[in-house]
Write a protein that binds this ligand. Structure first.
Ligand code: HEM
Length: 405
């Protein structure tokens, strides 16, 4: 049984310490939340089982969905109405077959081949940002100057959202993911502001479609009636948010981690083939999304990991616990940059497995490699206990990372 939830992290390089005890206790443990009881999935095998079981729903409208249990107060009529408005096109919150119809339209845009074609552009964006950092002096906040900027620029170019608007959407995203349950109303207001902005952009693309993802969806899907205007806005909203926030946190956290392991960083510099497995290991090791994307609810009575789970019971999969499960990874708490294990669940598992994972891998690999190649003297200013980690947020990372060279 977990005492409270979400459980706090107390070290930037490890999941909440309580996870180990829970994982050894059972693959599924109960947690008493302000709004009711939910299941926490602690082990890797059961995590994959839950994330791929068609009897388990991700739809927030399914009775018993666990997100509502995080707060003692049931959502107000206003919040429910806003939630319903945001539902269109957000296939991360849909079950098959509705989910698959939406996802299928985007698969070619994020395939291995498409991402390979995007690599020169990602490289160009990365180089330009490093040029700017070098031009501006010998120190910077790596989050703002690089970590957040690389994926924001890439997703803006892909979608056809002007990057000049990055302050607007990054600040709203911060309000949305900043603090779990602290101000639902403010998070909702921030989401609505982004939604309204994208609504205008999609309307404009209807009049004058560009050679970008929004333009292609307008001409090939909206014009044929396959996608409504709102569904297109919702898809764009999901891609813009999912496309920058997670990768940004991984870039800064990964850079810090690599700087704290200088011998391994030196090996990577000498043998750049090592970057792909290193990226995989950093994703597993940090598991920045942990439980927040893995909100599920059983739609039938079933048995999982020896536990009877009843219809309507909410489930959170603890991704950060599954990724440190010794049953799936040898020496799971060790950062082994040559491990290259791809069976981690940092990108999820099953039908909702991250659509942007090929893009995220390319961005991380190019960002780390180029940064350390071009700024060999890069160092962090300050000790780990002075750095502003996102202990208060639902996605782990750094608010800022002061660096110098
Ligand atoms: C390091 C970076 C990233 C991490 C750790 C990450 C993690 C995840 C996870 C765990 C899920 C599964 C959610 C679930 O099971 O409900 C997911 C889904 C998704 N991700 Fe990512 N993601 C990253 C980058 C990206 C990027 C760059 C994009 C590109 C636009 C993206 C787009 C999406 C979308 C659209 C979904 C929903 C897929 C579906 O429901 O079918 N992600 N991501």
């Amino acid at each position: 049984m977990a005492q409270g939830f979400p459980l706090p992290r107390n070290c930037p390089f490890a999941p909440p310490p309580e996870y180990e005890r829970l994982r050894e206790e059972a693959p599924l443990v109960g947690a008493e939340l302000p709004g009711g009881r939910v299941w926490l999935v602690t082990r890797h095998a059961e995590a994959q089982q839950v994330l791929s079981d068609p009897r388990i729903s991700t739809d927030p409208a399914t009775p018993g969905h666990p997100m509502s249990a995080l707060s003692a107060k049931p959502p107000s009529a206003e919040e429910r109405e806003a939630g319903a408005r945001f539902r269109a096109g957000q296939f991360i919150d849909m079950d098959p077959p509705e989910h698959d119809v939406h996802r299928r339209m985007l698969i070619p845009e994020f395939s291995v081949r498409r991402v390979r074609e995007m690599r020169p552009d990602i490289q160009h964006v990365t180089d330009r940002l490093i040029d700017d950092m070098l031009e501006q002096g010998s120190s910077a906040d790596l989050v703002e100057a690089f970590g957040l900027a690389v994926p924001s620029m890439v997703i803006c170019r892909l979608l056809g959202v002007p990057y000049s608007e990055h302050d607007f959407f990054q600040s709203r995203t911060r309000r949305m993911v900043g603090a779990a349950g602290r101000s639902q109303r403010d998070a909702m207001a921030a989401a609505m502001e982004i939604w309204d902005y994208l609504d205008g952009l999609v309307t404009e693309a209807g009049r004058n479609p560009g050679d970008d993802l929004i333009g292609r969806l307008v001409t090939t899907r909206q014009a044929t009636g396959e996608l409504s205007h709102d569904a297109l806005v919702g898809m764009t909203f999901l891609l813009l948010l999912a496309g920058h926030e997670t990768t940004a946190n991984m870039i800064s956290l990964g850079v810090l981690t690599l700087l704290r392991h200088p011998a391994r960083l030196a090996e990577l510099r000498a043998a750049p083939d090592g970057w792909a497995p290193a990226v995989e290991e950093l994703l597993r090791y940090h598991s920045i999304v942990d439980w927040v994307a893995f909100d599920r609810v059983a739609t039938e009575d079933m048995e999982i990991g020896g536990q009877n789970v009843r219809r309507g019971e909410g489930i959170f999969v603890l991704g950060a616990s599954a990724n440190r499960d010794p049953r799936a990874f040898e020496r799971p708490d060790e950062l082994d940059l040559r491990r290259g294990a791809r069976n981690h669940v940092a990108f999820g598992y099953g039908v909702h497995q991250c659509l942007g994972q090929n893009l995220a891998r390319a961005e991380l690999e190019i960002a780390y490699r180029t940064l350390f190649e071009r700024i060999p003297g890069l160092r962090v200013v300050g000790d780990d206990d002075e750095l502003p980690f996102k202990y208060d947020g639902v996605i782990f990372g750094l608010h800022a990372l002061p660096v110098a060279w």
